[in-house]
Design a protein around this ligand. Structure first.
Ligand code: NAD
Ligand code: DAU
Length: 334
């Protein structure tokens, strides 16, 4: 298996590369990553000298670079590369359009020209928008609410168009909120762990009653591997572990694990357009590909807390850099 993984220096991509190298002794992986603020080669330090792994710095929207790379012959592309943070998309949507839409189209076009055998688009439950009751299936209409979600929905539609028009064997996966090692500490769980560790207030948007459905990143990686091996071209697969939590409930659970007081919770202004609840029906991937999650939310949260507490230099380096400037800017505009 010869894979081109894009965005492999980010959270899920780096977990996925570790997973594939451990599962497939004969694989070959090229990781193409632009190394934006979210890309971190520290995430891949332990495998950087593995002869099956190669790193290329570059932009998925760079057509010449993509064509040069694909000329080398890949059987599969797994596209993780994206601007991924909703709050940043509210501050400035431009890079989301460039990478998530234009970048995906550039990759699709390269895949078409060089006849790549399989294209996995790593999408998100956010493309469906918010749901008060019940769960979204793959047939639910797209109704994205943030610029981030809209850019991911646009990419999904382009993927669909390349399948219908050119029969490019595209598979879209739409996963719920991931937690686990290597997640950039702007996202709720690593933000809360690192703040709590320093006994600093944890910002909770609005009333804290928004619901997210959480999945351990390793379970997402297993689902993606199955989609590569056995997924059907042209299909969409929802991926979720059916573990809904209100944000406040989650943070209380996290503080209890860490032995920190609940008084660290600090309610702040709500995220504009904040989706109230995400919930996915993942029955299709279970029935069609035999996938099911291995990790309970409690196991996943405990393992994630443990990882961050054992990797303090990793997150301290991030928090002391450019990230600090973004964080100040975001709160000054609320
Ligand atoms: P992340 O922000 O941690 O990582 C994104 C990676 O993409 C970084 O390494 C970054 O440098 C790279 N990148 C950004 N722009 C690029 C470009 N133009 N060219 C090449 N590389 C570029 O994101 P993540 O949380 O790991 O998410 C990965 C993918 O999974 C995204 O497509 C996201 O939409 C999707 N997703 C994430 C979640 C989640 O809970 N985090 C859930 C479902 C789907
Ligand atoms: O659902 C999948 C999506 O999950 C992915 O597509 C996105 O890439 C990923 O970033 C994530 O989006 P969310 O917006 O759900 O994740 P985030 O960690 O930013 O926020 C989770 C919830 O916590 C959300 O309701 C907003 C809230 N929140 C977030 C932050 C950063 C807070 O209350 N306080 C915070 O400081």
């Amino acid at each position: 298996m010869k894979l081109l993984v894009t965005g492999g220096a980010g959270f899920i991509g780096s977990n996925f590369i570790h997973y594939i190298l451990s599962e497939h002794p004969n694989c070959e992986i090229t990781n193409l990553d632009k190394l934006t603020y979210a890309g971190n080669l520290e995430n891949l330090r332990d495998i950087e000298n593995d002869p099956r792994y190669h790193f290329v710095i570059g932009d998925i929207a760079d057509r010449e670079l993509i064509n040069n790379l694909l000329h080398g012959g890949y059987d599969t592309i797994v596209n993780f590369a994206a601007e991924s943070h909703v709050d940043r998309s509210i501050l400035d949507a431009t890079p989301f359009i460039e990478t998530n839409i234009k970048g995906t189209q550039t990759l699709l076009e390269g895949a078409r020209q060089y006849r790549v055998g399989r294209f996995i688009q790593v999408s998100t439950d956010e493309v469906y928008g918010s749901i008060q009751n019940g769960k979204f299936t793959e047939k639910s209409p797209l109704s994205p609410n943030s610029p981030y979600a809209a850019s991911k929905a646009a990419a999904d539609l382009l993927c669909h168009a390349y399948w219908k028009t050119y029969q490019l064997p595209v598979i879209i996966t739409r996963c719920s909120n991931n937690l686990g090692p290597f997640q950039f500490p702007e996202k709720l769980i690593p933000l809360a762990i690192t703040k709590a560790w320093e006994n600093k207030p944890i910002p909770i948007y609005g009333d804290g009653l928004n619901v997210r459905d959480w999945i351990y990143v390793a379970d997402h990686c297993r689902a993606l591997n199955l989609a590569i091996q056995r997924g059907k071209p042209g299909e969409i697969y929802n991926v979720a572990a059916n573990q809904e939590k209100m944000n406040l409930e989650l943070i209380h659970q996290l503080l209890d694990i860490m032995g920190k007081p609940r008084s660290l919770v600090s309610f702040v202004a709500d995220r504009p357009g904040h989706d109230r609840r995400y919930a996915l029906d993942a029955g299709k991937i279970t029935q069609a590909l035999g996938w099911k999650p291995f990790y309970s939310f409690e196991q996943a949260l405990a393992a994630t807390v443990d990882w961050y507490l054992n990797h303090e230099p990793w997150w301290r380096k991030i928090k002391s850099g450019e990230y600090a400037k973004y964080y100040d800017k975001m709160y000054s505009q609320r």
